[in-house]
Design a protein around this ligand. Sequence first.
Ligand code: ZN
Length: 310
Amino acid sequence: MPVLASKFERHPSIWYPDGNIVLVSESCMFRVHKSILQSHSPEFRKMVEIPPKSIGVDYFDGCPMIHVYDSVSDLTLFLETIYNQSPNPPFHEDNSVSLTYIATCLRMGTKYESSRVMQEALRILRLECPSSYRSLKALQYRETPLIQEIGKPGEKYITILNLARRHKLKLLTPWCIYMCIQLPVETLIRGIVGPDGQREKLSDEDLILCIQGKQELIRACMEVAERFRCDGIVCHEDHCQREMERWENRRVFSELKDDFFRPDPLGFRDVLFPMDHYKFCRACRTNIDSIRQHQQESIFLHLPSTLGIW
Ligand SMILES: [Zn+2]
């Protein structure tokens, strides 16, 4: 069936002259390759299998036209992602991506069963939500590509947690809960206003996890701090021995200040082990620090069970 060309406009960039199929979203046409769609999406594989000259199918310049119900921006992102083969596609000039972009990748990736598009979102979310101690350390030293479009630092974890729940991305949840715990109670309860102007809140189940988890996390950290002993780590110099005594007799709870939780990946470390309050010699500091790291790692690794997630 011929089609009135004036009814639709060509997409400015996703228009391959040698493409053999035309996708139509709203009033925009995308000329692409059947083989690329097929190799990236089982869902598209079914959609583009059209017998030659089928009745009821519109054609543009000899290419069958497939109408989809996605918005132009959603379809653009999907096609750009499957056509871009580089592992780190630079979608913005500075290589940053937004939460809206991530949410669209997850939504479109799920709809069209495209692992390429899902992986693009997951790659960034994994950097944002460390699930191993190594990735946690890496997070301390570099910026991730994800930019927060609106709101205060840390608020993005409400959105990320909801995305993780919606798409069953279990590995991301402990870190999201941990970061949500650090938000002011009011933000946690009332939620945030997302980039689309809609209020976004945590589910009741996740709110319960955050409130109970905070209590349990404080308990777990206190236990680690109470158990911390300098015996055998500190040298025999009088000065260090005196500091050790002071350390051992400290009241952990009084050192637990308001900044115990703060939007810092390892906020609890310096509050539990406030090295700056004690004047150990250099060698002793190095020893204490390596144990501190070990304990920090243990707290991190046990986050899922401490927070009651699994
Ligand atoms: Zn010493």
